[in-house]
Ligand binder design. Structure first.
Ligand code: ADP
Ligand code: MG
Length: 901
């Protein structure tokens, strides 16, 4: 209803509205921030949307076709904070600036409109301001390209860019894997072609992504022109220098670049040439596994309590970002992993030296992001200072490491060599040019060091001298007029003026003083005047001030240009700082937490001795919740076999099954990320894909039943896992009726064992599954030990061979505070059920199923435990109240009766 239509009757729109409507029409999918003086104003529907989203007042400005125009505005100086809110809510914003001086416009006539243009589209994937970014996280824009294959299937490729750091990467992918690749990159925004976006098969993926998905016309992805477009951006004749790319990779890369150009309008962020990642370079971890293992965010949705949060001891933002990338995409390359671990070991060899390195690192600001802002013409004097301080810290660090006693590992030596190339002359130039105290905005001036530019010093001297003369004038005027309260003041509207109290004004407005003092303004309590002398001085100050600012801005541009010219070097210095920071941080982690160096090879081994869960261990220590019990895990192939084992973990609720499962997955991730691991020792055959699923996870947000989700996820594992994969299945099959669930879990284990042949940990409450160990050679039963104590269950959190004798559900329920009568009743029902079950044991099922025709019937032949005797053992008469004693008696009678049946 409020949507403006310029075409229908342009004559009736004011010229400004006509300009607004034209610009808005060109950016229909964005909220338009239309610059008016010191504000960005939003009109029509945009105003309504933004005022609601930002909680700011909706007002009106003028009329359009007789209707009020809804309007709201945000001050320019606070725009970042409003932008951040809008972007977080999923909006896109077009920033429209005045592109000429209002004085220029006036030359075209008194009513001429100032030219305006959109200078930038602000979208989630193309942010550069610190206020809009998290320091420790990359902010990626990812382009997903698809090329339709014949019957060979489709090809996919991903290109991703962080314009705030200049990183540009690219990787081939597949229909089966690209979702996991996207989950690893964790972009804030994904661009796809309209056709890919509309593909019904991919719709659920877009909904599930924690990113804005932006569909674009096919032209962005045009593979036939992609190579040329890329070469043009980087100013090279041929892309060969960067490596060989497939057509679909080129198409993704060119689309990402085109989108950067579209959103940045005229500015060109200096991107590194695209680096192609080889397929399989990183461990494949899909989104569900990441969420389940709480790698980057905990189940509560915050970073706190995630693996990254727990192991991150970095002291710089570049380091924090690299650490997050390494954990998100652990390497599968033995040489890379080995180099990273060597580097950590070097740091650990001398923690004193490592501490000194970290002190120097901590002095280095985020030069990658400052460089990007300077290149996009959004830099401030503080960004120049950040480059100065960062490079200075880098070269000191390079020298310190180069001079260190024992020979550094390859990775450290490479980083130190890069730091040694830090351009010292650039640091000197910045140090000479920048003042000690720097303003936030360059337009405020005052950031060039005195003595740096002689013309600037002269202009400043003129300006300051006139200011001093003005200060002297006050004394002169006060004496002349005999008004001791006369003051010379300044504000933005009047400039300099003379102010006297209302009662004294008459004297200045009558002869002879009125010849000198010119009235300007009358307020309730004061009257303001000027003099021609004051006006002259003011003009001088303004002129000198303007000239000083112009000179400062020129100095800024010259320094920024030098920084930009050194982009490639600065970026590699930033990368080297990041490597040192992450390596030192891993050393600190290992040192503090007692982690060990894992041994990684190409085998199918998975032998962890004394393993712990990084996050649970630290959380338990923080809350003084007792020691974390370390556990072993061995999933390597048994003698004579050529595939890893499956451990079937049974045990009561709360025993520690889930913790055990996850800790082993996290150990694999940390090891391949290049970190030491929470264990006494660990030998791990490189894991190519990691899967982790929990039964009955709630996913109502996506409108699927929990059981459906569980099955979709399990299907993905059974379709994709291979012999080098590690699979964690936690209580799969819980979300449906018992027999369904049991059957599905049963079949899934068989499939994992026979077809996927993966190393796997499978936690279950279906005790019946333990019978499978008789038949499946590489399946071992383990259980979490518990001890019964006075009818209660005590969790020992210790994994041992064997099967749980029962589930202790009722004891756990009792611990949880279920009313005693309910607990009693449940016990009676359980006895009844167990009796019925004993008459048709599942073990006969094992015999009946074809695959298990030779299964032993040993399980049912095991000596039955005497429940009554156990219960008597559990009673401590001295500690019972009379009532508890009576309850115990009843319990014994019921148990005895059940046994006799
Ligand atoms: P399950 O999956 O068997 O129900 P969890 O793995 O969820 O059990 O563990 C339940 C609780 O037991 C955890 O929250 C933790 O406090 C504690 N816990 C688990 N494993 C250990 C351990 N190895 N050492 C000490 N406490 C543990
Ligand atoms: Mg559990």
């Amino acid at each position: 209803m409020n949507r403006p239509t310029a075409a229908s009757d342009p004559d009736r729109a004011t010229p400004m509205m006509a300009q607004y409507i034209e610009i808005k029409a060109a950016n229909p999918d964005c909220l338009l921030f239309y610059r008016m003086g010191d504000f960005y104003e939003l009109f029509f529907d945009d105003a309504e949307v933004a005022s609601r989203a930002l909680g700011i007042t909706l007002t009106k400005r003028g009329k359009h076709f007789g209707n009020d125009i809804p309007m709201c505005g945000v001050p320019v100086h606070a725009a970042d904070q409003y932008l951040q809110k809008l972007i977080a809510l999923g909006h896109r914003v077009a920033v429209c600036e005045q592109t000429e001086d209002p004085a220029e416009a006036r030359k075209r006539g008194a009513k001429a409109l100032v030219r305006r243009d959109v200078v930038r589209l602000v979208t989630p994937g193309t942010l550069t301001e610190d206020a809009l970014l998290s320091p420790g996280r990359n902010n990626y824009l990812a382009a997903l390209a698809r090329s339709r294959g014949g019957d060979g299937g489709d090809d996919y490729a991903l290109a991703w860019i962080d314009i705030s750091t200049g990183e540009f990467r690219l990787a081939a992918s597949t229909a089966e894997r690209f979702a996991a690749d996207l989950a690893r990159i964790a972009p804030s925004e994904v661009i796809v072609s309209d056709a890919v976006f509309a593909d019904p098969a991919l719709k659920p993926l877009w909904l599930g992504l924690d990113a804005a998905v932006t569909p674009l016309s096919a032209a962005f992805f045009d593979g036939s022109t992609a190579g040329e477009r890329l070469a043009a951006y980087f100013g090279v004749l041929s892309l060969d220098a960067f490596g060989a790319f497939s057509r679909v990779e080129l198409s993704a890369a060119a689309a990402a670049l085109a989108y950067v150009e579209k959103t940045q309008i005229k500015e060109r962020p200096p991107l590194s040439p695209p680096i192609a990642e080889a397929a399989g370079e990183a461990m494949v971890i899909d989104a569900a596994t990441r969420a389940n293992l709480e790698l980057a965010v905990s189940v509560s949705g915050s970073r706190r309590g995630s693996l990254i949060d727990t192991v991150d001891h970095t002291v710089t933002s570049v380091g924090a970002r690299l650490l997050a990338r390494r954990i998100a995409g652990p390497s599968t390359d033995l040489a890379v992993i080995g180099r990273r671990l060597d580097a950590v070991e070097w740091m650990l060899d001398d923690m004193g030296r490592t501490g000194a390195i970290r002190d120097q690192l901590a002095a280095a600001p985020d030069i990658a992001r400052s460089l990007s802002r300077l290149s996009l013409n959004r830099g401030s004097p503080r960004d120049l200072a950040a480059i100065r301080d960062g490079l200075r810290a880098a070269s000191a660090l390079g020298a310190a490491i180069g001079g260190a006693g024992d020979p550094p590992s390859t990775e450290i030596a490479n980083a130190a060599a890069t730091l040694a190339e830090t351009p010292g002359d650039l640091v000197d130039a910045l140090a000479a040019g920048l003042a000690d105290d720097l303003p936030h905005l360059k337009r405020d001036g005052g950031f060039v060091r005195p003595g740096y530019d002689r013309d600037l010093d002269e202009a400043r001297r003129l300006r300051d001298e006139s200011r001093r003369v003005i200060a002297g004038l006050q004394a002169t005027y006060a004496a002349e007029t005999d008004l001791r309260t006369l003051r010379i003041k300044h504000n933005n509207v009047l400039g300099y003026f003379i102010e006297v109290g209302a009662g004294s004004a008459d004297r200045l407005m009558t002869a002879p003083l009125n010849a000198r003092f010119i009235h300007r303004q009358t307020l309730a309590s004061a009257v303001r005047f000027t003099t021609s002398e004051l006006a002259d001085l003011e003009a001088k100050i303004a002129g000198a001030g303007e000239r000083a600012l112009a000179l400062e801005l020129a100095a800024f541009d010259a320094l920024a240009a030098r920084v930009i010219a050194a982009s490639a070097t600065i970026r590699s210095v930033a990368d080297a700082l990041a490597v040192l920071d992450v390596t030192a941080a891993f050393a600190v982690l290992a040192d503090k937490e007692g982690y060990c160096r894992p041994s990684i090879d190409g085998s199918l081994a998975f032998t962890v001795r004394g393993g712990r869960h990084s996050v649970v261990e630290q959380a338990m220590r923080a809350s003084a919740a007792g020691p974390f019990v370390a556990n072993d895990c061995d999933l390597g192939p048994p003698a004579g076999e050529n595939a890893g084992r499956i451990w079937l973990v049974t045990g009561p609720n709360m025993a520690g099954k889930s913790t055990f499962l996850r800790q082993n997955a996290l150990i694999a991730i940390l090891a391949q990320a290049g970190s030491y691991v929470p264990a006494k020792s660990a030998v791990i055959g490189v894991v190519d894909r990691l899967f982790s699923r929990v039964g009955a996870a709630d996913d109502l947000a996506r409108g699927r039943s929990t059981f459906m989700v569980e099955m979709i996820e399990t299907a993905a594992i059974l379709n994709q896992a291979g012999p080098h994969s590690l699979v964690i299945l936690d209580e799969i099959g819980r979300g449906t009726a018992t027999f369904d669930g049991l059957s599905i879990a049963w079949a899934a284990i068989e499939h994992l064992h026979e077809v996927n042949r993966s190393r796997a940990l499978f936690a279950t409450h279906y005790h019946e599954l333990t019978a499978l160990a008789h038949r499946l050679a590489r399946l071992d039963n383990v259980t979490v030990r518990v001890k019964e104590w006075k009818g209660d269950v005590v969790f020992l959190h210790e994994i041992v061979c064997g099967t749980a004798d029962r589930s202790y559900g009722i004891q756990v329920a009792r611990l949880a505070g279920l009313p005693a009568v309910v607990v009693e009743r449940a016990r009676a029902v359980l006895h009844q059920l167990e009796e019925t079950d004993r008459k048709s044991p599942v073990d006969t099922l094992v015999d009946d199923l074809p695959l298990f025709s030779t299964a032993q019937t040993g399980a049912s032949a095991e000596p039955e435990t005497d429940a009554v005797a156990d219960m008597i053992d559990g009673i401590a008469p001295d500690e019972l109240t009379p009532r508890e004693a009576l309850e115990a008696l009843y319990r014994l009678k019921t148990a005895r009766a059940a046994k006799r049946e």
